[in-house]
Design a protein around this ligand. Structure first.
Ligand SMILES: C=C(O[C@@H]1C=C(C(=O)O)C=C[C@H]1O)C(=O)O
Length: 410
């Protein structure tokens, strides 16, 4: 059943400014963390006051409609007034229309936020749940190993994708593979999040409904009527020393193959924002974004919201971009279903939050893993395939993209 058929409750929401919260992570539930942070700022959630699940091709639009109704019927007291204060839902949506996994919106019982030196606590329906530091649970080290698609299988899939691209069936497709593992009983997931947040401070570190990761890619952000996105596509390993590293960045920024791959991704974002935002601009040329494991070609996109869309409406319009699916979108999604023998679940989908005024931040769920209720872990990484792609290099690229998550669990 979809949400449109379910009754939605009228929530009571109360936000208060509090003394500076030094760190959000120790406050989280060790087994069910809700988090979206970058450089220490962001929001953390405790408990679930409302959980809505969505399935199928209309999951994002249905969620955006349900959220409009939840927001309209809520009673909100919010003297803080920053985006992310007041009523907020965390969300994680599946990549594929046909995924087995549910897409979710979760309104926590309690939300703790910090931004630009201001901290706040939001309580939903008068929740008395304590906000307190809990000591980290026992250390653990888990190695992730081969999942559904092994290294040879992945290279064969890439070679087949290249053949189809050269035959003119499509221009680009993003192919992913998986690694699997198992968490020990009672494992404290905050250990993984601490590692990710410290190791990759310039990315969005997130945890929503068992989906954990650190993504460098902003699908869309809406704040005070301004719409922004950061598109990534095109990757290169970091160099071993300063000189080699500089050479790697230059090689990436001048690689026709990567610039092509990138152009498709930017165009898909610009096209999806048409009609929702005015004056949308991206810089002429992408810049090289430095992460601890990789260089990426990046483009920042900005415009002015023109149609009253919420951040979740825009996520619905944008997903899936050519950075995670390909070009043209529908052919790319068919090729992914055919050549990738796995369910991406929420990998590559929108993960983030939306508030009661429609502001929000949504990342593309990359550098991530799904942790199931039984402790099963599935990590995913992919690479954009174009006509000049080489299977061995694309495999190597997925290894680099697995690094944040493999090291955080290891
Ligand atoms: C598909 C992934 O990353 C995406 C693909 C990229 C590429 O092909 O160069 C770069 C950044 C992301 O948009 C991933 O991390 O799994």
């Amino acid at each position: 059943m979809t949400e449109s058929a379910q009754a939605l409750p009228a929530l009571t929401v109360e936000t208060r400014a509090v003394d500076q919260v030094t760190s959000l992570l120790p406050l989280l539930d060790p087994s069910a963390p809700l988090l979206f942070v970058r450089r220490g700022d962001g929001i953390a959630g405790l408990g679930e006051a409302l959980r809505l699940e969505f399935h199928g091709p209309d999951r994002l639009r249905e969620a955006a409609d349900a959220w409009r109704r939840v927001s309209a019927s809520a009673t909100v007291s919010n003297p803080v007034g920053l985006s992310g204060s007041g009523l907020v839902a965390f969300g994680a949506f599946t990549f594929d229309d046909e995924s087995e996994r549910a897409s979710v919106l979760i309104v926590p019982e309690v939300i703790v936020g910090r931004r630009d030196g201001v901290s706040w606590v939001t309580r939903v329906n008068g929740s008395k749940r304590p906000v307190e530091h809990r000591p980290l649970g026992a250390e653990y080290r888990i190695s992730l190993h081969q999942g559904t698609l092994d290294a040879d299988g992945y290279q064969l899939a890439v070679a087949e994708a290249v053949r189809r691209i050269r035959a003119g069936e499509l221009s680009k497709v993003v192919l992913a593979r998986d690694l699997i593992g198992h968490l020990p009983e009672g494992a404290d997931l905050r250990r993984v999040l601490v590692d990710l947040a410290l190791g990759y401070p310039d990315t969005w570190t997130f945890a929503v409904d068992g989906l954990l990761g650190s993504s460098p890619e902003t699908l869309v952000r809406v704040s005070d009527g301004v719409v922004t996105a950061r598109v990534l596509a095109g990757s290169m390993a970091r160099g071993a020393d300063a000189e080699a590293d500089h050479a790697a960045a230059v090689a990436l920024a001048t690689s026709t193959k990567d610039l092509d791959e990138h152009r498709f991704a930017v165009q898909s974002v610009l096209a999806a924002l048409t009609g929702h935002a005015s004056g949308v601009v991206a810089s002429d040329l992408p810049f090289a974004l430095k992460l601890p494991n990789l260089w990426h070609l990046a483009s920042d996109v900005e415009g002015t919201l023109s149609d009253g869309s919420t951040a979740l409406d825009l996520a619905a319009a944008l997903h899936p971009t050519a950075a995670v699916a390909g070009t043209p979108t529908s052919t790319a999604c068919e090729v992914i279903r055919e050549l990738e023998p796995l369910d991406r679940r929420r990998y590559g989908g929108p993960v983030g939050w939306v508030d009661g005024n429609g502001s929000g931040k949504w990342a593309v769920a990359l550098r991530s893993a799904e942790v199931a209720a039984d402790g099963g872990i599935t990590a995913y990484a992919g690479a954009g395939i174009v006509a000049d792609s080489d299977p061995a290099r694309e495999l190597a690229e997925t290894r680099l993209k697995f690094r944040p998550i493999v090291e955080a669990f290891g």
